[in-house]
Design a protein around this ligand. Structure first.
Ligand code: ADP
Length: 363
């Protein structure tokens, strides 16, 4: 199932000559990890805003989670966004709330029960490596830890898609490695991740799908690609440092991939014959990480073992124990939800009685 689909999307902002996006066309399948790259002003944030339905295209069509966003009524946008987590460069934590309260907030606004919140928040904090730090205030944390809180908040509701806009943009290379590792882990749990970034070195090393924008046009869509021409990208960190960090990131990411491939529950192999499989390069690198290459010499493409996209478990799994998900210590796993069920009964057991014909599945 396509999680995100851009069909010939053009976006012109009022009062601007050149479109921010021109005839952009791509599809992201469930379980993919996609880097969105390009110089500042190339249209990356505009893409993310369209996915979140913060804005609408001037022409063309954006479909997310099987929904044509053009026909999504405004009052339904909040329900739709429950299924999408967002992380930003500047963390956007509530400064006067504790870590726990920041993460709990995403659940409170959707009416989750206190009992559920008390269970889900510590779980999410543990997942991001902040176990026991729920009582801290954001200013008592490092930048990397603050970003982990933001990630916990983004995933506590178990979104199907995680959007990350320059999530390492304010972090030093070593800290960024940990964030990349965390995003990889979340992706390995089945969450589709789209990350806009300037971090050429990470993109080069991680060998994931790369969509490159240039002046609003899509100039590249490559599986397992590198960053490409980086001459226009400002570099804030010396090459050697970036290279070392990127090599460390690759090693870290490969560790996560090995680790997750050893947990069978993460890859339900039952009848995973979905058409999306061939198009979903949620590849687990299995190449040895022994000699992590420097950033200047691109790694040989690691042997890719296809990871089966998570298949539908059940449409409306209860939040406490989604069937087939296994031990609760595993990374968050997002059961597939059929299009028709989206917004009707999400995993928190809430219902918005969505039987409105204007919001139907796209074909
Ligand atoms: P990126 O995220 O790659 O830096 P953006 O999507 O933010 O790129 O911007 C793409 C283009 O659209 C830029 O030329 C930018 O100036 C323009 N743009 C972005 N947002 C607006 C807006 N709200 N109004 C007018 N122009 C905008």
């Amino acid at each position: 199932m396509a999680m995100i689909r851009f069909e010939n999307v053009t976006k012109r902002y009022r009062g601007t000559k050149r479109p921010a996006l021109s005839a952009v066309d791509f599809e992201v399948q469930a379980g993919e990890f996609v880097f969105l790259v390009g110089a500042s002003g190339s249209g990356k944030s505009t893409c993310l805003r369209l996915i979140l339905r913060e804005d609408v295209p001037t022409s063309g069509r954006v479909a997310v989670l099987g929904r044509d966003l053009r026909s999504l009524a405004n009052r339904k946008v909040p329900y739709f966004r429950r299924h999408i987590g967002s992380v930003f460069q500047d963390f956007r934590l509530l400064p006067s709330k504790t870590v726990h309260q920041n993460v709990a907030f995403s659940l409170q606004v959707i009416g989750a029960s206190r009992g559920f919140i008390q269970q889900a928040v510590p779980e999410a904090l543990a997942l991001v490596g902040l176990e026991g730090k729920g009582k801290r205030m954001p200013h008592e944390l490092s930048g990397g830890e603050q970003q982990r809180v933001a990630i916990a908040r983004a995933i506590v509701n178990r979104p199907k898609v995680l959007l990350a806009d320059e999530p390492t943009g304010n972090l030093d290379p070593a800290t960024s490695v940990g964030i990349m590792q965390l995003l990889t882990r979340i992706n390995a749990g089945g969450t589709t991740v789209v990350m806009a970034t300037h971090e050429a070195a990470f993109v080069d090393q991680m060998q994931r799908r790369v969509i490159e924008l240039k002046n609003g046009e899509m100039v590249r869509d490559e599986l397992g690609g590198g960053y490409g021409d980086t001459s226009n990208i400002p570099r804030l960190t010396p090459e050697a440092v970036r290279g070392a960090a990127a090599a460390a990131a690759l090693t870290a990411v490969q560790e996560v991939q090995r680790e997750t491939s050893a947990v069978p529950v993460l890859r339900p192999d039952a009848d995973s014959g979905s058409a999306s499989q061939s198009a979903a390069p949620a590849a687990a690198t299995s190449a040895p990480a022994a000699s992590a290459p420097a950033a200047s010499s691109p790694a040989a493409p690691p042997a890719a073992a296809p990871v089966a996209p998570t298949e539908p478990h059940t449409a409306a799994a209860p939040p406490e124990e989604p069937p087939g998900v296994g031990p609760r210590t595993n990374p968050i796993i997002i059961p597939e939800v059929e299009v028709a069920e989206l917004g009707v009964a999400d995993r928190l057991g809430l219902s918005d009685a969505d039987d409105d014909e204007e919001v139907g599945p796209t074909t």
